[in-house]
Design a protein. Structure first.
Length: 281
């Protein structure tokens, strides 16, 4: 965590605090840097360990350290903790510590942590535990301090185009990914209703493929190529717009809008960030 700054922060999120899971790299890092650049201080968590069923490298402590440096470079404060979204108690402790160290408030939650062992025969439980139960844990531990603070706020849940269409291969890891991402929509809608009276907005984002380490690795590239060649039992893998993948910053820009006052009346929305993928189906 950085030392306090004397100069006031500027930006549309100045004075606010954001809690971001899966923040060590990829979309999570992009969200942390983007929100920090608009004035928010950040509570960042990431597992920073390998999960046995995931066949590509997950983020490391060094990755989380790089996120810390990038956020600090914006002038923001950051509290970064190695924590597992599957472990509710650890997640609650990390959040509580961050809130205390950053002034006692919490305004923004981005439940971003996720894994994609899409060809994993034994990955069902791990995918559901991280991608669905982990999101539930994140909202569950965060909504209480948000309600207590009484400042309203915004919660964004990271789903996928696979949470809106039947995109999967008939393998446990892939089916679990689609099921979890669809399940996030249910969580979002329940919490959007439950938290509306506290002026806390809840929305889900649904990116198509994003150029991050979760996609840009040998395993996932091979799986995507196989899906594109087979075209059996699922939709086309191509976007409507002539682009293969989005940049993480494209998704971060949308998250920034959702958590800002520019979207102050937007809640309960499934927002595709997909270059027209869903519309093409």
């Amino acid at each position: 965590m950085t030392d306090g700054r004397d100069a006031p922060r500027r930006g549309c999120l100045a004075g606010k605090v954001a809690f971001i899971t899966g923040a060590a790299r990829g979309q999570g890092r992009a969200h942390a840097v983007k929100l920090a650049s608009e004035g928010a201080d950040v509570i960042a968590v990431d597992l920073c360990e390998q999960i046995a069923s995931v066949p590509y490298p997950l983020a490391t402590r060094d990755d989380l350290g790089a996120t810390v440096k990038l956020v600090e470079d914006t002038g923001a404060r950051i509290v970064a903790t190695q924590a597992d979204v599957r472990d509710r108690a650890a997640l609650k402790t990390a959040l509580r510590d961050g809130v205390e160290r950053l002034g006692g408030r919490l305004d923004i939650v981005v439940a971003n942590a996720g894994i994609a062992p899409m060809d994993g025969q034994d990955a069902w439980g791990d995918v559901l535990d991280v991608n669905l139960t982990g999101v539930y844990h994140t909202v569950d531990v965060a909504m209480r301090p948000m309600i207590k603070a009484g400042n309203g706020g915004s919660i964004v849940l990271t789903s996928s185009v696979a949470g809106l269409v039947g995109l999967a291969s008939p393998v446990a890891g892939s089916v679990a990914y689609a099921a979890a991402k669809h399940g996030i929509v249910g969580l979002m809608r329940v919490y959007a209703n439950h938290l509306a009276s506290f002026s806390i907005r809840v929305n889900s984002i649904h990116p198509a493929g994003v150029d991050t380490p979760m996609i840009d690795n040998d395993f996932t590239r091979s799986w995507l190529e196989g899906m594109a060649q087979q075209q059996v039992g699922g939709p086309s893998m191509t976007n409507a717009l002539p682009v293969q993948t989005l940049d993480a910053e494209d998704v971060a820009n949308a998250v920034l809008w959702l958590v800002s006052d520019a979207a102050r009346y937007v809640t309960g929305v499934t927002l595709p960030l997909d270059a027209g993928y869903v519309n093409k189906r």
